[in-house]
Ligand binder design. Sequence first.
Ligand SMILES: [Zn+2]
Ligand SMILES: [Zn+2]
Length: 142
Amino acid sequence: MAVTGGCLCGTVRYELAEKPRETGACHCGMCRKFSGGVYLGMQVAPGGAQFSGEENIGVFQSSDWAERGFCKSCGSSLFYRVTMPGPGQGVLHIGLGTLDDPDGVLLTGEIFVDRKPDGYAFQGETHKMTEAEVFAMYAPSA
Ligand SMILES: [Zn+2]
Ligand SMILES: [Zn+2]
């Protein structure tokens, strides 16, 4: 069965080659602003998503290593995409909430946990990483 999703107004639509099994939450300040809440991303390999209505996707370079895509008509947050050259370049983290049927995708990880606003928390066991742990993982090895 086709795995589909899109923005709130329906101008931007996509189809995934396969349904992601898991999602990860990012509590960093950039994801917070981008999503208006908690960003839940599903990792999709470059080319693993076919978009339609692409001319309506706005792209914002949010850091030296990534950009974020949104619908220019309704403002929905669509994806985070790695731009930094390397093995991860082009990898998408599509927002869980943009799936037409987000059921069954498990929350397995949380990053930037030390940046999470203190007024809420997710239930259940997840693999948690702090900001320092995340940057240490992605730091270029000398
Ligand atoms: Zn839209
Ligand atoms: Zn983030």
